[in-house]
Ligand binder design. Sequence first.
Ligand SMILES: [Zn+2]
Length: 569
Amino acid sequence: MPRQILFVAVSVILIALATRAVEAQTSSHRKASVSTSTRLPSAAFAALETIDPERIRAHVRFLSHDLLEGRGTGQRGGDIAAEYIATQFALYGLKPAGDSGTYMQKVPLVGVTTLPDTTYSVVPQHGDAMNLKFLDDWVGFDETQQTSSDINADIVFVGYGIEAPEYKWDDYKDTDVKGKVLLMLVNEPPSDDPTFFKGKALTFYGRWVYKYLEAARKGAVGVMLVHKTEMASYGWDVVRNSNSGEKSFLKAEGQPKLKVQSWIQLSVAQKLAQASGMDLDKMMADARSTNFHPVALPLKLHAHIASKVRPFESNNVIATLSGSDKNLKSQAVIYTAHYDHLGVRPDMPGDNIYNGADDNATGCAILLELARAYGQSAQEPRRSIIFASVTAEEQGLLGSEYLGQHPPIPAGSITLDLNYDDVKPLGAPQEVEVSGAERTTFYPNVQAMAKDFRLTIRPDARPEAGHYYRSDHFSLARVGIPAFSINEGMKFKGHDEAWGLEQDREYTAKHYHQPSDEYHPEMDFTADAAMARFGFALGWEAASMQKMVGWQKNDEFAPAREKSQAGAP
Ligand SMILES: [Zn+2]
């Protein structure tokens, strides 16, 4: 976009914001209790105005350069990206907020590969043992991070494996599952009622991450998840591909872990039911009732899990800007964006570098522009601002999970997380996606701000796919921090919606997680700058308003928030 037009566009936004601020001020005279709108001071406008699409381009170009070798986690290219980001933070005058006075927060990781001499058999009380074939019949990993684990345990069917007090749902019913292997279904009880497991939308309870965690917490030694394509919303191929080869885990820190977290094919589950004199369809139907009770099956899992265990490390890069208010500066808004991508695939002929330009050099570049704009602002917001570029997102949100467990200030003091992941450089956006924002008390502010920025909020087209649980903001939500990602929607100036949808479809089909997700000079970073400015204004507002952001009542993350804020001032 030519400079003049950019200036005009920015001015329009600034006038809108200024008008709104004035309105907010007058209305607060009328109604002193209204505290949702906070005036953005002129210094904030000035800082926001400096956010520059060409600076974002420069960061994206460098971070997705072949020399960075796809920014693999724990690899040289990933480490160079981290150093680059830390260097920028230093140049912007931001304080280090990593380990012992540095910008780096070390994230200890472990790569686990299930080895061919692993055995996995189901032994019925009567009849022959079923020796299941790795990859064809089952896939799985030893979470304990040992090179060898043996299992000889009874199998118990626990329905969906969910205990959700807010929906009055408990598949376990206090059954002692210590030392057992739990057979369970993916997803959650089907519902059209928005107050019951959020209707069609997927909640965290439906995700396998939750199911493994809860089973381990209850002392189970293993989990067998029944894969059914319609329920999982992805085929066995996807399960197999993401569970063959090495899988990364955060290094265990003493939490209970499963000797085997595994998926089994639907046909295998049918055989297990048969061998128990039961019918899988009937078992699945029973699991949909609140009266469901765990069923001890006349089966044992007899397994020897052999693994290659490779410890390695990577870093989150964290900086902070101190707030201006002596009472509020101990609290903060956090901005996050992952810098890692998939590295290089040495066995692949031709271009084997996963540059990750869109995913997620764009998010990092936005984070850096935000850091610069805040760092160089003539005035600070009342609360502090934390900038965290996290690692190992592509390994399963591991860097952000570690950040959530080891935040630079207590999680209960972080008012809001705004995350950026894959903001496509497609021109001037007319929409914004903020899925999850509606679950927070900050949503009215987000709506008002979107209006000021002339952005229409685009709702999540497929809440049942559970995208909310697949990006780094989720790691912070898990520890109670209100969190969501900011994306650019589908409508761009000069194009209809069909064009935007087509760009999205083509990216997903041809470039997503492919070496062709590369930087091109014709990319138009107007969208990224617009999303950065929008996030800047939101972050400033959240950092300045009197009350901290929370979750809506009965949200699944509200209990975690309460826990993290218990006893806080
Ligand atoms: Zn990403």
